[in-house]
Structures are given as structure tokens and as C-alpha cells.
Design a protein around this ligand. Structure first.
Ligand code: GLU
Length: 365
């Protein structure tokens, strides 16, 4: 295990207060520097821009409007980075700032650019510190929370491990603040819908993310073949201890074998349309190794071109795959439920038997 993405949430950086806690940040930076010294490659995803902005402006009463938050991020991001720079300087480690939005990860070329930059930084033993580019991110193009962002980043850099440090010891069977009987779940082999129900409402209101976004993030990582650990950032040397294999926090196993970069991109890409397939096709796809043929498709949603990324769902609406479509939506509506041998006859041309070819598809477990 070599490459680790460490997500530091606002509640960890502030120690639950309204200000960034320098001492806490130093402890974390020290652990990251020590791990780097031992040969680990670390990418940090850090929140705290808005918190730093509020602190800089002496806690103005701005309401919750989006431009006000963007202003806080714009003011705070540079202070956040300066703080990291000063702290990492102590250990003679160089840091770099990377600001991303959802769009940067959805467009193939931008995705590749981001990946190349991150990889080059890692190769040069520079620690990238990633945050969302809040100041330009409108709803359509933002990831929205740094939990999901950290999973995308883990997938982009092909990490071995994603660590989300938060203000809770991990995922519990119930909200531990309300139910003293709630127990920490140490191992999760599959992120089920029941888990999402359990996590509903739990978490602090400091960062954007509660436990739900942590589970969403862990699911993306897991599907990309990356293990996730959610643990408390306030535990002494938490990061080093868990990298050394100590059983702290909640461990979420990878559900997929590490797929190639192209397939991982398909996982993170935003889908442009949806194909509902019949039971038979769903079953075959879930077994893996098969392409999706038009005969198994029941419903087509959305308008899209050939080459679009589509989601495949079962008759009861469960998402089971993402893939690149060989046909645009207009063509597909004519092909729906038909045999592959009829494609050329129906359209007057054919891009092949498969709607989603197995080489351009990733099955979600
Ligand atoms: N990007 C936000 C910030 O730095 C944090 C988002 C989050 O915590 O999920 O303030």
C-alpha cells in the first residue's frame, strides 16, 4: 500500500471550533510528512477555506447565500494554503494547491490533465492539497462536498487507500449522539442501502458532509478498487496508526478489482442518459464480461450522442453499470428490444452489435 489520499474535514481542522486549529493541523502535517519520509505517496484533500475566510473577516454575518460562501472561500483558500505551506515547511516538504470542480473530472481531457498534474506532483514528492474550486463552482459543476471529491481524487490518482478523517470514530449502527447503545461498525464489505438509512442525519454540521456523503465517497472508492478508512482525526497519531494496520475506525473494502484508468473514469463521469434493461440482461451484465445488446433494453431516458456515458439500471431502478454508448439516443429508441442482427437494416448503418461494449463498461457492485 503506497499511495494514500487523506481527506481532512473542517471539523477535524477546527477541532470542532469556529477557527482552524494550528496545533491540530501541525499534528496532521507531521504525520503526513512522516509517512512521506517512509515512502508513502500522499495526496491531501482539505476543507477549511470558508472557515479560514470567516476567521480572516472576523466572522461577518453574511447569511448563507452562495456568493457569500464563494467570497469566504476566495478569501480563505489562500490563508488555508499559507498555513499548510508554513507547517509543511517545518518538515521541508513542498506543497501544491489544486482546485477542482466536477466538470474537471467529467470531461475526459480535463480529467487527463488533472491526472497528469497530480501524478507529476507525486513523482516529485510534492504534496498536492486539493479543494473544490468553490469560487467558480455553481451547482451544475460542483462536487458539493469534499468527501465525494476525495473519492474522485483517489480514483484519479489510482490510490491504494482513501482515509477520511472526521470528528467521529467511524460509522455507527445508529447516531451515537442520540443513542448511547450505538456501536462502531469496524468492517463493511458492501455498502448497502440499509447503511445509507442508518447513516441518515448523522454527522456534524460543520463541513458539508455528514456520514451519508462519506458512504457515497466510500462507495465510489470501493467500486474503483480502493479501500477506505473513516476514522477520527482527533485520535493520537490516527493516520500513522491506521496506515500501520491498527484497527481504528471503519474499514470499507474494495468491491472491485482495480480497473484500468479508463474504466475508473467511467465511474466518476457524470452520466448523460439512462438505459433500463430487463431482468435477463441485468443478470448477464452483473456476472461481468458481457456487452449490453439492444435486445435487453426496455427504456431509454435522456437525449445523448453516440459516445455519451450512460447509466444502466435494473427493472427496479438499481444502477448496475456505466458505459460509453455506441449509439445516440435517437438511434437507440429505434433499436430498443431489437436483435443485434437487425441494427443495419433498421438504421441503414451499424456501429456494432453492442450498445455498450464490455471494454467500455464498468459494472457496479
Ligand atoms: N470546499 C469547502 C471549504 O473548503 C468545504 C467542503 C466540505 O467540507 O465538504 O470550505
Amino acid at each position: 500500500m503506497k499511495r494514500i489520499v487523506v481527506k481532512l474535514g473542517s471539523s477535524v481542522l477546527t477541532r470542532g471550533t469556529l477557527r482552524l486549529n494550528r496545533q491540530r493541523m501541525l499534528e496532521l502535517v507531521q504525520q503526513i510528512a512522516a509517512l512521506q519520509e517512509r515512502g508513502y505517496e500522499i495526496v491531501v484533500v482539505s476543507s477549511g477555506a470558508q472557515t479560514a475566510g470567516r476567521e480572516q473577516l472576523d466572522f461577518p454575518d453574511l447569511g448563507k447565500s452562495v456568493p457569500a460562501k464563494q467570497m469566504l472561500s476566495a478569501v480563505g483558500q489562500s490563508h488555508l494554503m499559507r498555513l499548510y505551506k508554513d507547517l509543511f515547511d517545518i518538515f521541508e516538504v513542498v506543497v501544491a494547491q489544486i482546485l477542482l470542480t466536477r466538470d474537471d473530472l467529467s470531461h475526459r481531457t480535463r480529467y487527463l490533465n488533472a491526472r497528469d498534474t497530480l501524478r507529476t506532483l507525486i513523482e516529485h514528492r510534492i504534496i498536492p492539497i486539493v479543494n473544490e474550486n468553490d469560487t467558480i463552482a455553481t451547482d451544475e459543476i460542483r462536487v458539493g462536498d469534499n468527501d465525494n471529491l476525495s473519492a474522485f481524487v483517489a480514483s484519479v490518482v489510482d490510490a491504494d487507500l482513501l482515509v477520511m478523517l472526521t470528528d467521529q470514530p467511524g460509522i455507527f449502527t445508529d447516531d451515537p449522539r442520540k443513542n448511547p447503545g450505538a456501536a462502531l461498525i469496524q468492517n463493511i464489505s458492501e455498502i448497502s442501502e440499509e447503511l445509507f438509512d442508518l447513516a441518515g442525519g448523522a454527522g456534524s454540521d460543520m463541513g458539508t458532509g455528514g456520514m451519508i456523503t462519506k458512504l457515497q465517497a466510500a462507495r465510489i472508492a470501493s467500486r474503483s478498487g480502493i479501500k477506505t478508512i473513516i476514522a477520527s482525526g482527533s485520535e493520537d497519531e490516527a493516520l500513522i496508526r491506521l496506515v500501520d494496520g491498527e484497527e481504528i475506525g471503519t474499514h470499507i473494502e474494495a468491491s472491485a478489482i482495480r480497473s484500468d484508468s479508463r474504466k475508473r473514469w467511467l465511474l466518476t463521469d457524470r452520466t448523460q442518459g439512462l438505459l433500463k434493461v430487463d431482468e435477463g440482461a441485468a443478470k448477464v451484465l452483473m456476472q461481468g464480461g458481457a456487452s449490453l445488446l439492444p435486445v435487453g433494453i426496455r427504456v431509454i431516458e435522456g437525449e445523448f450522442e453516440r459516445g455519451a456515458t450512460l447509466a444502466v439500471v435494473t427493472p427496479d431502478g438499481r444502477e448496475i453499470a456505466h458505459g460509453l454508448s455506441n449509439y445516440g439516443s435517437e438511434d437507440l429508441r429505434k433499436l430498443c428490444g431489437k436483435k443485434s442482427g437487425e441494427i443495419a437494416e433498421i438504421l441503414g448503418y451499424s456501429f456494432g452489435d453492442a450498445v455498450l461494449h464490455r471494454n467500455n463498461m464498468v459494472v457496479l457492485k
